[in-house]
Design a protein. Structure first.
Length: 64
């Protein structure tokens, strides 16, 4: 349950997941896990960003 009562999970498609990760990390965003993309449910590389950096919402990046 999301304590903020808001949205729990949002997925954004990005053209280059490594470039997106590096830009976000430079801005202080925390990447979950070891920071390396894994294969997601759609067979594409995915990363997850720390929900505390986005008002309690888990952010998923998926390479388009």
């Amino acid at each position: 349950k999301n304590p903020t009562g808001g949205m729990h999970h949002v997925c954004y498609e990005v053209d280059d997941i490594i470039a997106a990760r590096d830009k976000l990390k430079d801005q202080g965003v925390r990447v979950l896990g070891d920071g390396e993309p894994e294969t997601g449910a759609h067979g594409k590389p995915v990363l997850f960003l720390h929900p505390k950096d986005f008002a309690g919402t888990l952010i998923e990046l998926e390479q388009a």
